[in-house]
Design a protein around this ligand. Structure first.
Ligand code: ADP
Length: 250
C-alpha cells in the first residue's frame, strides 16, 4: 500500500473578488520510505499542495490518503518544514527543536533527552543552548529539520529547505539530509526549483505545469547513491529534467 496518496487534488483561491486557480489536478502516490521531489515553475501550486497535506487548507476536490485513510483537512499527521525556518528567536536551539512534542503535550523531559541524542547527528551538539541569531544559515536549517524530525511522523514535507543557502553549504546539506533519511527512512516530499538538487536527492521527480498546477511528467532517478554530478547518467537525467521544466513554462 502507498504511504501517501494525493488523488485528483484541485484548489482555487477566492480573494477579494479575485479567483486564482492554483491546482488543477494533482495525483501521485508515495511509497513508504520514498524520497520524492516536486519541481515546477514558481506559483505552480507546490506549496498549496503541502498546505493541503498538512490540513491547513481544504482541497476543493480530491483526497489526501495516508496509510489508506482519507485525512482531508486534518492537522498533525505529517512533519512539515515551511520555506522560512521559523525558529523562535527568544528560544535556545534545544527549546526550539522540542516545539512539536511541546505543542502536542508530550512529556518534555523525554523530548529534551531525545533531542540531545540527535543533536550530534544534526551538527548541533555544541549549540544546544545557543540562540538562532548566532547560528549560520546551514545550522538554522539543520535545527529546523531536527524540529521537524522530532515530531516523529513518518511522512515529512520539506519546502525548498536549502533554497537560501550558498552552493557549497547546499551540497553539504544535501549529502547530510540523505544520511539522515537513510538512517530513519521517512517518506519525504521535497519541493525544489533546482534540477541538480532533484537528481541528487530524489527516487522520483514530479514536474508541475505552470499555474494551475498539474503533474506534467514523472521521472524515476534510477542511480545508486551517493550520486556524482559528473557521471554521464546524472548529466543525461539532469538535462532531461531541465527540458521538461522548460516545456512546463518555467
Ligand atoms: P509554488 O509553491 O509552486 O510557488 P504556491 O502554492 O505558493 O506556488 O501558489 C500557487 C498560486 O496560488 C499562486 O498564484 C499564489 O499567488 C496563489 N495563492 C497561494 N496561496 C494563496 C492564498 N492564500 N490566497 C490567494 N492566492 C493564493
Amino acid at each position: 500500500m502507498a504511504k501517501l496518496e494525493l488523488r485528483h487534488l484541485r484548489k482555487t483561491f477566492h480573494d477579494n473578488g479575485r479567483t486564482t486557480p492554483a491546482i488543477a489536478d494533482v495525483t501521485l502516490a508515495a511509497e513508504p520510505g520514498e524520497f520524492i521531489c516536486l519541481i515546477g515553475p514558481s506559483g505552480s501550486g507546490k506549496s498549496t499542495v503541502f498546505n493541503m497535506i498538512t490540513g491547513l487548507l481544504h482541497p476543493d476536490q480530491g483526497e489526501i490518503v495516508l496509510d489508506g485513510t482519507v485525512i482531508n483537512g486534518q492537522a498533525g499527521h505529517v512533519g512539515y518544514m515551511p520555506q522560512r525556518d521559523l525558529l523562535l528567536p527568544w528560544r535556545s536551539v534545544l527549546d526550539n527543536v522540542i516545539l512539536g512534542p511541546e505543542i502536542a503535550h508530550k512529556p518534555l523531559a523525554a523530548a529534551r533527552a531525545r533531542a540531545r541524542e540527535l543533536l550530534p547527528m544534526f551538527g548541533l551538539e555544541a549549540f544546544a543552548n545557543a540562540y538562532p541569531a548566532t547560528l549560520s544559515g546551514g545550522m538554522r536549517q539543520r535545527a529546523a529539520l531536527l524540529r521537524t524530525f522530532l515530531c516523529e511522523r513518518d511522512v515529512i514535507l520539506l519546502d525548498e529547505p536549502f533554497g537560501a543557502l550558498d552552493a557549497l553549504t547546499r551540497r553539504d546539506m544535501q549529502r547530510w539530509l540523505l544520511d539522515v533519511w537513510t538512517q530513519f527512512k521517512p517518506t519525504i516530499l521535497f519541493i525544489t526549483h533546482d534540477v541538480q538538487e532533484a537528481v541528487t536527492l530524489g527516487d522520483r521527480v514530479f514536474v508541475f505545469t505552470a499555474r494551475p498546477g498539474q503533474i506534467k511528467q514523472e521521472m524515476r532517478i534510477d542511480l545508486p547513491r551517493p550520486r556524482r554530478e559528473s557521471d554521464e547518467a546524472f548529466i543525461r537525467l539532469q538535462a532531461a529534467l531541465l527540458r521538461a521544466l522548460e516545456a512546463s513554462g518555467q
